[in-house]
Design a binder for this molecule. Structure first.
Ligand code: NAD
Ligand code: GLY
Length: 383
């Protein structure tokens, strides 16, 4: 098990240890990483006991893994219920959150009920938020089934749903009891979704660990081919870095914002293109290229750094040039980007704040003049 107050050096020679501990006092928990998790009874022991477990999943993941998860946890609960949501970011809303509460109440689930999130980040965020709210809080377990959710969304306790006026605007910090990352389930993940997850893996290099970045450059082809041993190293290191950040700043008073490298530009792409057209990870990948250009213009990194990062993002199968945005008001593309960035959660008093990278694997937050942002957009958006 890895547990730490300072980030240990990356060592890919050491086989993935398979467990990362998030040190959050009475909210501490473990992230388990390995193959064939459903067939490993020890992973499902020692969770909060209760009569009822409820698995939340979606229409795509449930046919693949609901029965396996049900079998794995059945020895520990009198009844295992399930609720299957429609698949997609479009359903990550208040109305579909209500379906979870409807199912819990219809089955008279008590406050000892344990929820299990079986799916990607959408299911994980919704289940976590439902757990935070139901009877003012019931325990939940994350069983993330996308690469993105294994390296990012299932870890750290950010939960919530979208509002028509903003993504992830309604939510709570609420930590899971345990995270179980089964690398075997990634075999059914579409290649485009695997690439989207790689964006969130790549981000950990520039913000915290350039040795990991070097390793990603050398291993990108194996990661895209779904090599479980190589994925294990990537998931383990990503979770180590996320755990290290979250343990220092659980509620994003400062440091945790560095995990949003690429996300300010990325959110503008997602919102500007209409949610669902670009995957979150695709927008983050392209957003990291844009944020690196901005960092270069501010003198934090050189052109060679930007080229290296751009090449790795391209090698992950992600877009590196942003779309030109259009709207009914015929605003300029730059104006639309800036408009979306001003409603980003990191904005303060209408001023956009960016995560900027520095050579050597470090990130800071700063605002930037609109003129500089326009220069970046001119350099990185498709003509
Ligand atoms: P997702 O949950 O929509 O999953 C992507 C697609 O893959 C879906 O169609 C899903 O049904 C399918 N899928 C999932 N697992 C599968 C499997 N094993 N085999 C086949 N198909 C599978 O998307 P995502 O990329 O996992 O998560 C994106 C969401 O996560 C966004 O809503 C984003 O806001 C959120 N997010 C949250 C945090 C956080 O800290 N809470 C961090 C990053 C992203
Ligand atoms: N995904 C960013 C965070 O968890 O803070």
């Amino acid at each position: 098990m890895t547990t730490f107050t300072s980030l240990p050096a990356f060592n890919a020679q050491v086989p993935a240890k398979g467990m990362v501990h998030i040190d959050l006092g009475d909210r501490a928990y473990d992230i388990h990483i390995g193959a064939n998790a459903f067939a490993n009874p020890s992973l499902w022991q020692g969770l909060p006991s209760g009569q009822t477990a409820m698995i939340v999943s979606n229409e795509t993941v449930a046919p693949l893994y609901l029965q396996q998860l049900t079998n794995a946890i059945a020895p520990h609960y009198t009844r295992v219920l399930s609720v299957v949501l429609p698949d997609g970011e479009a359903y990550k809303d208040w109305q579909h959150l209500q379906l979870i509460f409807d199912a819990l109440l219809a089955h008279q689930a008590d406050r000892k009920t344990v929820l299990f999130a079986l799916g990607g980040g959408v299911v994980g965020d919704m289940t976590g938020f439902a757990s935070a709210c139901y009877m003012r809080g019931v325990p939940f377990v994350q069983v993330p089934t996308t690469l993105l959710s294994q390296v990012d969304s299932s870890v750290g306790g950010k939960t919530g749903v979208n509002h028509p006026l903003g993504k992830n605007m309604i939510g709570a910090f609420y930590q899971p009891e345990r995270v179980i990352c089964d690398l075997s389930v990634l075999s059914t993940l579409p290649a485009r979704e695997l690439s989207a997850g790689l964006a969130e893996v790549i981000k950990y290099g520039p913000i915290a660990d350039m040795a990991f970045f070097d390793w990603l450059e050398a291993n990108m082809a194996s990661l895209r081919a779904g090599d479980v041993d190589v994925l294990a190293v990537a998931v383990q290191r990503s979770c180590e870095i996320k755990a290290w950040v979250v343990a220092q700043d659980e509620r994003e008073a400062g440091l945790r914002a560095i995990l949003n490298f690429g996300h300010t530009f990325g959110h503008a792409i997602e919102a500007g293109m209409g949610y669902g057209n670009w995957l979150h990870g695709e927008a983050v990948g392209c957003g990291m290229v844009m944020a690196a250009h901005l960092s270069q213009r501010l003198g934090f990194v050189d052109a060679a750094y930007v080229e290296r990062l751009t090449a790795l993002i391209a090698a992950a199968g992600l877009p590196t040039r942003g779309p030109l945005l259009h709207n009914a008001q015929s605003n300029t593309s730059d104006g639309i980007y800036l408009g979306h960035m001003r409603v980003d959660k990191k904005a303060e008093g209408g001023q956009v704040r960016f995560v900027l990278v520095h050579a050597g694997g470090r990130a800071t937050m700063a605002s930037a003049d609109d003129a500089l942002v326009r220069e970046v957009l001119a350099a990185t958006c498709q003509a």
